[in-house]
Design a protein around this ligand. Structure first.
Ligand code: ZN
Length: 288
């Protein structure tokens, strides 16, 4: 009898060890939409990856909308709408240098109209970082709550020597008036693990990525520029200055993304990877 009890408890113990915790999944009705804010292209690949050969012919400027019963999130905001009519005036020499292309169809209102939304429908704006192709349209959301690393706000407003070029003060000129959750770490935005924002410095002092756990699709990672290209992550290659603020931190942040990818079998949506973007459903299509 005793033996049976002992065996039984061993069995229970083993089952406990084997039990895989249920993966957190977002609530029904959750959706992820993928957009590009115009495009860039015709620039050396070495701008995105040290030592690379060749040219990036075309690359997206990815940004994303996450619908959730507790509120709609925008992750990154693309290029400032002013670059539609005045690319050189707003981006300076970077407009030609990166081959920036924006049309009226890329304006924020036109983008959101594809999914029958308006800027006022966005409750949270999460910025992966505040470079010109990610914070460009933050002024379109004066009533939203922003989620930004405190270090990134400081880096944008008062950049370190050599790291000012990708920050355009006009993009965030009004941001001191905004409601901003100033993070010093990670946050589980709705408390249900469906959208987690993870601090990942390296590209900039206050970069962060999003882990989105969808009910049917599973886990998706939105990298912003924590990683530029899939190849960068696969081969552990980083960008040159000013695309890398801290090499050591960048490698650590790559590793953070790999851990989530491998633990949860996550898909990764990059902001600027041409091939991955082309294989991705784009708004108005969606992931659920
Ligand atoms: Zn970028």
């Amino acid at each position: 009898m005793k033996r049976a009890v002992v065996l039984g408890s061993i069995l229970v113990g083993l089952l406990g060890l084997l039990a895989i915790p249920a993966r957190a999944a977002g609530p029904e009705g959750m959706r992820l939409y993928v957009f590009t804010s115009g495009s860039v292209g015709g620039f050396p690949k070495s701008a995105l990856q040290i030592g690379a050969q060749g040219t990036i012919e075309w690359a997206p400027i990815g940004f994303f909308v996450i619908k959730h019963p507790k509120g709609t999130i925008m992750f990154d905001t693309g290029n400032n709408d002013k670059t539609i009519t005045d690319p050189d005036g707003w981006w300076g020499p970077l407009a030609k240098g990166f081959g920036l292309k924006m049309t009226q169809n890329d304006a924020m209102d036109a983008q959101l109209a594809k999914i029958s939304m308006k800027t006022d429908d966005i409750k949270y704006v999460v910025l992966g970082h505040m470079h010109l192709d990610h914070a460009g349209n933050m002024s379109k959301f004066p009533n939203a709550t922003f989620v930004i690393q405190n270090d990134e706000l400081k880096a944008a407003w008062w950049p370190d020597p050599g790291y000012a070029i990708y920050y355009i003060p006009g993009d965030f000129a009004e941001s001191k008036k905004y409601n901003i959750i100033r993070l010093n770490g990670d946050v589980d935005l709705f408390g249900d693990k469906s959208v987690e924002i993870i601090r990942a410095p390296g590209h900039t002092p206050g970069s962060q990525f999003a882990v989105v756990r969808l009910p049917k699709t599973g886990t998706v990672i939105l990298t912003s520029d924590v990683v530029y290209l899939k190849e960068n992550l696969d081969k552990n290659l980083i960008p040159p200055i000013p695309g890398t603020w801290s090499p050591m931190a960048m490698y650590e942040s790559y590793q953070k993304i790999r851990l989530v990818r491998d633990a949860e079998g996550a898909q990764i949506f990059y902001a600027h990877d041409p091939e991955v973007f082309k294989a991705t459903k784009q708004a108005p299509e969606f992931y659920e």
